[in-house]
Ligand binder design. Structure first.
Ligand code: NDP
Length: 445
């Protein structure tokens, strides 16, 4: 039976099933992506592509209610969060439509010898996007926006939970006037995707998802000498050293923990609080957490998996000062763990749901040591009234992003990505259009 289905996490009901593609259908998608690359991606101007992209942006906005409803059913997020995601996706696509010409302008080189030289930015070919269910539109926009503007074409393998949102995006790009194959959705198995990655016409892969998927895809891409961008998990530290407004810091922390019911790669997951503020911050965080109304997780099995992680932490000696392992189907309560012993796997494991870990520290060095004691390095948050201290943290924290005195700063112009096991490469901002570029050197004597 096909894995591609809409199963509403709020009810557990399978609402719609989608057939997995045959090998012939997958091959036809690759043919179409290659054809579109040659006849459209390489043959059109940035302005021509921007015109199409702006039509797609208008459709995202016109159809926001319908698009939001789809992901509300597919993975359970609230309609409010779904509408915000649709708008953010439109903003990302629009950002690249507006800025691609500037980002892709020729770069002159001051040549030592006589003559001229410059770098021209050219596309490299069809790319595979393997995308996750937590932000079904946003994750795809980060990849598709810059690459379509560059002239690369996209073969999308979305999560099996997201067959309807992936089809909706394909339809929107087609209706906007992108040729068949510029953005093509496939309901493919992992084995079929491995063959697509190995196809010599396909020139790169971008994955957002788990470490497990990252290792599999990066190996397949490496074996075929293809560039790969990986945006994987995170276990972001939220550090509070000093603040003039503790309630605002608590609110920022709760927002960064409970957005999307905690299913967010750069969510605040480990709260590292200076001794003098720890008790009061925790007390207020518990109060705010109790007031949060959380949507279900993406599936009942995801909630069961989270409960098993929480139980393992408790077995190691951690205390659940709020919530715990009891949950109702896919609905999981806000949960706070304290006193997680050194050596417990919980300290180094990502909890992909509304579970916050708390650590008490007595100095800047200790805060940094606890924060860096992680295989992950996606984002990090620091609250301090001392801006010099904030910058010291930014230098010393092993992460791809440090947000000082704020959370929820994600925006189309700000690059996103991590170090260590959180992956490699960047999406969004000027860097997001540079990943799958042929930096063609052109000289003239
Ligand atoms: P996965 O990493 O399994 O799924 C992400 C995408 O990768 C899906 O499209 C999935 O397809 C695909 N995929 C997985 N393995 C392969 C493979 N070998 N070849 C081709 N495609 C593959 O995430 P899960 O849904 O299992 O979530 C588990 C964990 O992943 C979470 O707990 C979290 O840690 C992390 N995660 C991180 C995200 C982020 O934003 N960085 C987003 C989602 C998850 P399919 O659905 O068909 O299996």
């Amino acid at each position: 039976m096909s894995r591609y289905a809409v199963t509403n996490p709020a009810t557990g009901q399978v609402e719609e099933r989608f057939e997995t593609f045959t090998d012939e259908q997958v091959a036809a998608a690759v043919d179409a992506a290659d054809e579109a690359y040659r006849t459209w991606g390489r043959a059109t101007t940035i302005e021509q592509r921007a015109t199409l992209m702006r039509k797609a942006v208008a459709s995202y906005r016109d159809q926001r209610q319908e698009l939001a409803t789809i992901i509300n059913h597919e993975m359970g997020k609230t309609m409010d969060e779904a509408l915000v995601e649709v708008e953010f996706s439109a903003e990302i696509l629009e950002y690249y439509a507006d800025h691609a010409a500037e980002f892709l302008a020729d770069e002159p080189i001051d040549r030592a010898a006589a003559g001229t030289a410059f770098i021209r930015h050219l596309p490299i070919g069809p790319l595979v996007g393997v995308m996750p269910w937590n932000y079904p539109y946003y994750q795809v926009a980060r990849f598709a926006g810059p690459n379509l503007m560059l002239g690369n074409t996209i073969i999308l393998k979305h999560a099996s939970l997201c067959p309807k949102s992936s089809a909706a995006m394909e339809r929107i790009f087609l209706e906007a006037g992108f040729p068949k194959g510029a953005f093509v959705n496939v309901y493919a198995t992992n084995e079929q995707i491995a063959k697509v990655i190995a196809d010599p016409r396909v020139r790169g892969v971008s994955l957002t998802g788990s470490e497990r998927a990252g290792k599999a895809i990066a190996q397949e891409a490496g074996a075929a000498l293809k560039k790969v961008v990986c945006e994987l998990g995170g276990n972001d530290a939220f550090i509070v050293m000093s603040t003039d407004d503790l309630d605002a810091a608590v609110e920022a922390g709760a927002n960064a923990r409970y957005e999307n019911s905690g299913q967010i790669c750069n969510g605040a997951k480990r709260f590292i609080i200076i001794d003098s503020l720890y008790d009061e911050f925790l007390k207020r965080f518990i109060k705010v957490s109790k007031e949060r109304k959380l949507a279900p997780l993406c599936s009942a099995s995801a909630a069961d998996g989270l409960a098993a992680q929480v139980q393992a932490a408790i077995d190691d000696g951690a205390k659940a000062v709020l919530g715990g392992t009891e949950h109702d189907g896919a609905y999981y309560p806000a949960t706070i763990l304290t006193d997680i012993p050194a050596g417990s796997a919980a300290r180094r494991t990502e909890f992909f749901g509304p579970v916050a870990q708390f650590y008490r520290v007595s100095s800047e060095d200790e805060a940094i040591a606890v924060a860096n004691d992680s295989p992950y390095g996606l984002g990090s948050y620091v609250f301090t009234t001392d801006s010099e201290q904030g910058l010291r943290f930014a230098d010393r924290l092993e992460s791809g992003m440090t947000y000082i005195n704020e959370s929820g700063a994600d925006s189309a112009e700000l690059p996103f990505g991590g170090v260590k096991n959180s992956g490699f490469g960047r999406e969004m901002g000027p860097l997001g259009i540079r990943e799958f570029t042929n930096y063609k050197l052109v000289t003239e004597a």
